[in-house]
Design a protein around this ligand. Structure first.
Ligand code: SDX
Length: 426
């Protein structure tokens, strides 16, 4: 791993500081700055723009080339040839499952989809209009009350079953959030349904009639989960890793990840995109909003555009746009006004110098909301869908950290406050 050395020379300091340069399998080399503290320095990198927080083998992103690989497999190929649970297995275990392993994994997930009946009572305390992400933070965190004493995170088997429980129960809890909001009874998962099919069943079926789920919509839902499955060290995954580095319960760590995902700069952007498209309302108003997005004095940003890493098209956005076309056509709403506005907005922005210069392209959140709305999912549930999809990523990174030597995450700071001073009268 150790390749070369960086030599840091400091003004007024006689000897330069040699820092090892480490190389990975692909992507940028890193400068190991661990030795700086002993020399009386910290690095300073607010927002971690240039910081590699860990070593990982799970997902690789090349932002300039618009590349996203899960355990080496391109996201475009996984979206076309794989499915969500197979991708969950790949993220967790590092290799694609053989048919027997896939069947066993699907079965294991299937028999963990129900939640403890006592967990249902948590919903009674939330106001009807509670944001579903507020409920998700609370109820997923509450899972740690049901799986704590029997959980030793140093045991591989305990980590495995925790990962399976989370992947299995997230759709059930997500659908419960929706049923809570509309005053309908919770629907139990069915063991004869597929993963995404079960989710749509729990969302839209009622006890009054036999469940019927469109296979087209179930496939679209499965691919949407897959496209959200993992994304390297993004804000919510870094939150799960930091919480996990203290040895905290993994269910509590994922709850912290859900909280971080909720922000409109992160996973909350998909809901914000739909609200933005609704606010634009008509193609004639697009220029007005593009102008606002470019105005430094206006806090408005083009939601679903831009990315910390991708300075080219987000490969997930390309697949999402294709699914959007397919689902809207399938549903006979290809002339959906929001989709028309989104396509026009994308075209205008991509020809505008401000966006070109800043390499701002549509990201994963730009089209997902339009598809989810077409499926019948309300905007308030969009980030919940993102959280369900991202669960295998969160728990794979948590597992990768815990199953290798790790240290508690504890950044330092550049202190610019008062030096020591005495209390008046001391
Ligand atoms: C996700 O990290 C991940 O991997 C996240 C994610 C995942 O899968 O986990 O990919 C999911 O979170 C996607 C991003 C969803 N967020 C949005 O769509 C919200 C809108 N986008 C922006 O808020 C912004 O682009 C960020 C937060 C995504 C990235 O911000 P950065 O990297 O901190 O960049 P920046 O804010 O410094 O912007 C650089 C410039 C600035 O202009 P200048 O000061 O240089 O003149 O670009 C401008 C910004 O003002 N800019 C935008 C813009 N995004 C950036 N201007 C208008 N509209 C935008 N959307």
């Amino acid at each position: 791993m150790n390749k070369k050395t960086a030599s840091l020379s400091l003004e007024g300091v006689k000897d330069s500081i040699d820092l090892p340069i480490l190389g990975g399998s692909i992507g940028p080399d890193v400068i190991d700055v661990g030795g700086l503290t002993a020399k009386g320095y910290f690095t300073f990198d607010p927002g971690f723009m240039s910081t590699a927080s860990c070593e990982s083998r799970i997902t690789y992103i090349d932002g300039d080339k618009g590349v996203l690989l899960h355990r080496g497999y391109p996201i475009e190929q996984l979206a076309e040839k794989s499915d969500y649970l197979e991708t969950c297995y790949l993220l967790l275990n590092g290799e694609l499952p053989d048919p027997a392993q896939k069947a066993e994994f699907e079965n294991d997930i299937r028999y963990h989809t129900m939640v403890h009946e006592k967990l249902c009572e948590f919903f009674k305390g939330f106001p009807i209009n509670a944001h579903p992400m507020a409920i998700m933070v609370g109820v997923v965190g509450a899972l740690s009350a049901f799986y704590h004493d029997s959980l030793d995170i140093m045991k591989e088997e305990d980590r495995r079953i925790s990962a399976h429980r989370l992947i299995a129960k997230m759709p059930t809890i997500a659908a419960m959030c929706y049923k809570h909001a509309i005053g309908q009874p919770f629907m139990y998962p069915r063991n004869d349904f597929g993963y995404a099919e079960n989710f749509l069943h729990m969302m839209f079926s009622t006890p009054c009639e036999a469940p019927k789920v469109s296979p087209i919509l179930a496939k679209a839902m499965d691919t949407i989960f897959l496209l959200h499955a993992d994304h390297e060290q993004n804000a919510s995954t870094s939150t799960v890793r930091l919480a996990g580095s203290t040895g905290a319960n993994p269910f509590a760590c994922v709850s912290a990840g859900i909280a971080a995902l909720w922000g409109p700069a992160h996973g909350g952007a998909n809901e914000a995109v739909l609200n933005m498209l609704d606010e634009i309302g008509d193609e004639s108003r697009i220029e007005e909003f593009i102008k606002r997005a470019k105005d430094k004095n206006d806090p408005f940003r083009l939601m679903g555009f831009g990315h910390r890493v991708y300075k080219n098209f987000d490969p997930r956005a390309k697949v999402m746009r294709k699914i959007c076309d397919e689902v809207l056509t399938e549903l006979g709403v290809e002339n959906d006004p929001l989709f028309r506005i989104a396509r026009r907005l994308e075209k205008i922005a991509l020809e505008d110098e401000y966006f070109i210069e800043r390499k701002l392209y549509p990201n994963v959140d730009f089209y997902s909301g339009i598809i989810l709305k077409a499926i019948g999912i309300p905007a308030s549930m969009f980030t919940v869908i993102f959280a369900v999809g991202r669960t295998p990523g969160w728990i794979s990174h948590w597992n990768e950290m815990i199953s290798n030597p790790y240290k508690i995450g504890r950044p330092r700071q550049l202190y610019t406050g008062h030096a020591r001073r005495d209390y008046p009268g001391t």
